[in-house]
Design a protein around this ligand. Structure first.
Ligand code: C2O
Ligand code: CU
Length: 435
């Protein structure tokens, strides 16, 4: 049935009794007659390839390398990506992690499309409507295909040109055969930046675990999380930012006037070194302090009233011992159920949805909701007081409980799963479905 409380205060009802949206997904769907602004072909292969340091990896590439090429668009552009599977066994897809694309473009094998078999291709089209840092990856046997290299960065920038003295850097963290890399390199990525330049380092965590990032040699501001700007972020120093698995953190540094280099640590000694004359920036130890997003930045309206929620869900993560391929192991459960027997979270378009995500499973879980960004209302009963913290990838530690809220404004069937990808294969998957 279509009638929900949401219709009382969101959207309006036309004479057929259907609700029309304030923001409709049709604004995101690419007009089939429109010519794409950004056209990319990505050819996937199973092959041995070399990391820049010479280590050879047995994995999967896109256009001969991993990570695949960065896809860049400006807001409003129509992005068209042709995915060709030359030789990856078992089929592949591409999911646009953090981009609220129309459901048919979401790239979830078995849900929104069939996997693209060898010798086949598939075209994705979507309008990039939000500036931010995202990434793409295969969503077929993800725990294997992502680890082995089917991934790359996706950056959407505002249509206006950045002011002079702006430097924009992608720093994609990935583990290949145990080698921790940034942009496919072990060790430092060096980027030229002059005194006074404002450098935005877009940290993308494609690993299965949460990773700290911090800056040595200058204060910094955390300007965006999961592709969404932080409102009035203040400068911090000697503070680490935790980047959730699948999550993104945009760190902005203003280069010191004395010309000294700055080191942005990502997970360890390596990362991005910014310099003009030299890149001789000493390693800075990981700070003891961690930035708490619950209180960082300044409040601003979130655009809906979470107190008037139409749906209230609980997403309780637990564990259950069992057998995995015949050997004893652990299954992760949602509200006591194992995927695929987890009841769907049912919503209607325009609903204000609240969800309490709690975890008593003994391990931490980075929870990723497809197709939507949710605002964090509280953690363990402590209300958020800073900038609205919008997330698509939220680390829910063992023993923690988060209240989040979002507007159901993107009809379809959407996964809500753990981005520690082996955990998803071990059952930690649920779906949100529109009636
Ligand atoms: Cu980045 Cu469902 O995944
Ligand atoms: Cu998990």
């Amino acid at each position: 049935h279509l009638t929900t409380a949401a219709q009382g205060h969101r959207g309006h009802t036309d004479d057929t009794g259907r609700t029309t949206a304030a923001r409709s997904v049709t604004s995101l769907v690419a007009d089939p007659n429109r010519t794409a602004d950004v056209t990319v072909t990505l050819v996937a292969r199973a092959q041995r390839f070399r990391l820049p340091t010479g280590r050879s990896v047995d994995g999967y590439t896109l256009n001969g390398a991993s990570p695949g090429p960065a896809v860049h668009a400006t807001v409003g552009q129509l992005v068209q990506v042709r995915l060709v599977n030359e030789s990856v066994p078992g089929g592949i897809t591409l999911h646009w992690h953090g981009v609220d694309v129309p459901n048919a473009e979401d790239g979830v094998a078995g849900v929104t499309q069939d996997a693209v078999g060898t010798g086949k291709s598939h075209v994705y089209r979507f309008v990039a409507n939000q500036a931010g840092t995202f990434w793409y990856h295969s969503h077929q046997v993800s725990h294997e295909q992502v680890r082995r290299g089917l991934l790359g960065p996706l950056v959407v920038t505002p249509a206006r040109r950045p002011p002079a003295g702006t430097v924009d850097v992608v720093a994609l963290l990935h583990l290949y055969d145990g080698a921790r890399t940034v942009n496919g390199r072990e060790g430092d990525v060096r980027v030229a930046a002059r005194p006074g330049d404002r450098v935005r380092v877009r940290v993308i965590n494609t690993e299965n675990g949460e990773t700290p990032a911090w800056v040595g040699g200058a204060p910094f501001r955390l300007v965006a999380v999961d592709g969404t700007d932080v409102n009035e972020p203040s400068p911090v120093r000697d503070t680490a930012v935790m980047v959730t698995a699948g999550g993104r953190a945009d760190i902005e540094v203003t280069m010191p006037e004395d010309g000294s280099p700055v080191r942005v640590h990502i997970g360890g000694p390596g990362g991005v070194v910014l310099g003009s004359r030299s890149y001789d920036a000493p390693a800075a130890p990981r700070p003891a302090r961690t930035l708490d997003l619950l209180s960082y930045g300044a409040p601003e309206p979130i655009g809906f009233d979470p107190e008037r929620a139409d749906r209230r869900f609980t997403y309780e993560i637990g564990r259950r011992p069992g057998f995995l391929d015949g050997t004893p192991g652990v299954w992760w459960t949602v509200n006591g159920h194992l995927f695929p027997d987890v009841p769907m979270f049912m919503v209607a378009e325009h609903d204000v949805v609240r969800m309490r995500v709690s975890n008593h499973s003994g391990e931490s879980h980075p929870m990723h909701l497809h197709g939507h960004h949710a605002v964090v209302l509280s953690r363990n009963g402590v209300r958020a007081t800073g900038s609205p913290w919008w997330t698509d990838s939220l680390e829910v530690g063992n023993g923690e409980s988060y209240d989040i809220a979002f507007v159901a404004d993107n009809p379809g069937v959407w996964m809500d799963h753990c981005h520690n990808l082996p955990h998803a294969a071990e059952g930690l998957v649920a779906h949100l479905m529109y009636e």
